[in-house]
Ligand binder design. Structure first.
Ligand code: LRH
Ligand code: MN
Length: 388
C-alpha cells in the first residue's frame, strides 16, 4: 500500500522552474497579441515568477534567456530574485536571432560566425558564475532546409568542437543540458534532431553533459516516456522543458493536450528515482501563452505537473511489480490506470496547507489583486517579448 506521508513529502519538495520568456509577449508568425501588465524587463519577469511560487509553493526558480534577460548587473538581479523569494535558474543562450546565424551558429560553415556563437555561449557561463546557476541550457536552431545545402557530417564536427570548448569552460558545480528538436526553424535537417544525437554528444563530452527533453520536440506518436526511462537508466537525463501540443512545437500549457502522456512520463520518473534531488533532473516549463493570461496559465501549468506527479506517486508499485513478474498484462496496466483515475486534488490541498499556502492557488491569485497592480504599474514602457 502506498505511504501517503512519503507521497506528500515528495510533493512538498517538488521544484518546477518557470521560464522568464513565458511572462513576456509571444505569438506566432501570424501575430503577437500584446497583453496588459506584461513585464518590461528581467526584474519584473522575476517578480511574476516569484508570484507563481508564492501561490504554488513549488516554483522557487526562474530560467533566464540571454539576451532577452540581459541586465547590467546579474548579481543585482540575483539579489532582487532572492528578496522576492526565488532563485535564478538555468541560463539559456540565444544563438538563433542574429542575421549572421541564417546558416547556423556553431554549425555555420563560416568560422567567424561560429566564433561569435561560441563567444556568446562562453559569456553565458560567465553569467552563471555570477547568478550561481548550475545549468547551461543549450538549444541550437541550427540545421538545413534543402538536401545538399551543407555537409551533415561536417556540421556535426563543428557542433562537437563548440560543445567541447564550452564543456571545458564549465565549473565544478556547473553542467550543460543539450536540447534536441525534430524540426523548426530548419525543415530538412536539425543538427540536434533527436534524443539519440543529443545523448551521443553528451556521452562524448563527459558526465557534466546531459540530455534536455522538451516534450514538444518529437515526431507525432513518439513514446517520450521510453526516452525518459532510457536516459534516466543511463544517468543522462538532465531535465525537461514541459509543455504540451496537439500538432508541432505548440508550447501549450503542460498537461493541457495530453494529461495521460504527462502522467506516463512522471511514472517513469518516479519508478526511476528521478524525483530525488540526487538524480539531478531539472523540471522546467517552456511555454508561450499567446492568448491566455500568462501568470494564471503558469500557475495552472505548475498544478498540472503536481497532479501528474501525485498520480504517479500513487501507483501501487508492489502490485505493479507482481503483475509484471506474473505477466499479468491487465493487472499491470490497471496499476497505472487506477492511479491516473485518482482525484489527487484533495491530497494536493493538504500539501498546500502543509506549505502554509492557500489550497486554491488560482483563486488566491485572482483574489490577490496582483494583476490589477501590475496592469497599472506597467501601463507605460515597452513590454518584453521575443523580439524576433
Ligand atoms: C526551442 C525552445 C528552446 C528555447 C526556446 C524558447 O523551440 O524550446 O528551449 O530556447 O524554445
Ligand atoms: Mn525548449
Amino acid at each position: 500500500m502506498t505511504d501517503h506521508s512519503a507521497v506528500k513529502a515528495a510533493l512538498r519538495n517538488q521544484h518546477i522552474e518557470t521560464p522568464s520568456w513565458a511572462y513576456g509577449n509571444s505569438g506566432t508568425r501570424f501575430k503577437v497579441f500584446a497583453q496588459e501588465g506584461v513585464p518590461r524587463n528581467a526584474y519584473e519577469k522575476v517578480d511574476d515568477a516569484a508570484t507563481v511560487h508564492r501561490f504554488t509553493g513549488v516554483a522557487p526558480s526562474v530560467a533566464l534567456h540571454i539576451p532577452w534577460d540581459r541586465v547590467d548587473d546579474y548579481g543585482d538581479l540575483a539579489r532582487h530574485a532572492k528578496e522576492q523569494g526565488v532563485a535564478l535558474g538555468a541560463i539559456n543562450p540565444n544563438v538563433f536571432q542574429e542575421n549572421e546565424y541564417k546558416l547556423g551558429s556553431v554549425c555555420n560553415p563560416d568560422e567567424a560566425v561560429r566564433r561569435k556563437a561560441l563567444d556568446h555561449l562562453l559569456e553565458c557561463v560567465d553569467v552563471m558564475d555570477v547568478t550561481g546557476s548550475a545549468d547551461l541550457s543549450l538549444w541550437f536552431a541550427d540545421g538545413t532546409n534543402y538536401p545538399g545545402q551543407d555537409s551533415i557530417r561536417g556540421r556535426q564536427e563543428r557542433l562537437s568542437e563548440a560543445l567541447h570548448r564550452v564543456y571545458d569552460r564549465l565549473g565544478d558545480h556547473q553542467r550543460m543540458l543539450l536540447e534536441y528538436k525534430l524540426f523548426e526553424p530548419a525543415f530538412y535537417t536539425m543538427d540536434v534532431p533527436d534524443w539519440g544525437t543529443s545523448y551521443a554528444h553528451c556521452v562524448d563530452l563527459g558526465p557534466k553533459a546531459n540530455v534536455l527533453v522538451d516534450t514538444g520536440h518529437h515526431a507525432p506518436g513518439t513514446n517520450i516516456e521510453f526516452i525518459v526511462a532510457f536516459l534516466l537508466h543511463r544517468d543522462r537525463l538532465g531535465g525537461f522543458h514541459f509543455n504540451s501540443r496537439f500538432y508541432a512545437d505548440d508550447d501549450l500549457m503542460v498537461g493541457a493536450a495530453d494529461p495521460y502522456q504527462l502522467f506516463r512520463i512522471m511514472v517513469e520518473i518516479v519508478l526511476g528515482g528521478g524525483l530525488d534531488a540526487s538524480a539531478g533532473v531539472a523540471f522546467m516549463l517552456d511555454q508561450c501563452h499567446n492568448i491566455e493570461p500568462k501568470i494564471p496559465a503558469l500557475i495552472r501549468s505548475v498544478l498540472n505537473v503536481q497532479e501528474a506527479t501525485a498520480k504517479a506517486l500513487l501507483v501501487d508499485q508492489d502490485a505493479l511489480r507482481t503483475a509484471q513478474a506474473n505477466g499479468d498484462v491487465l493487472e499491470a496496466n490497471a496499476a497505472l490506470t487506477d492511479a491516473f483515475a485518482t482525484d489527487v486534488r484533495p491530497l494536493l490541498a493538504e500539501v498546500r496547507a502543509d506549505l502554509g499556502i492557500d489550497p486554491d492557488p488560482l483563486g488566491a491569485y485572482r483574489r490577490s489583486g496582483y494583476f490589477e497592480k501590475i496592469r497599472t504599474e506597467r501601463a507605460d514602457g515597452a513590454a518584453a517579448g521575443w523580439g524576433a
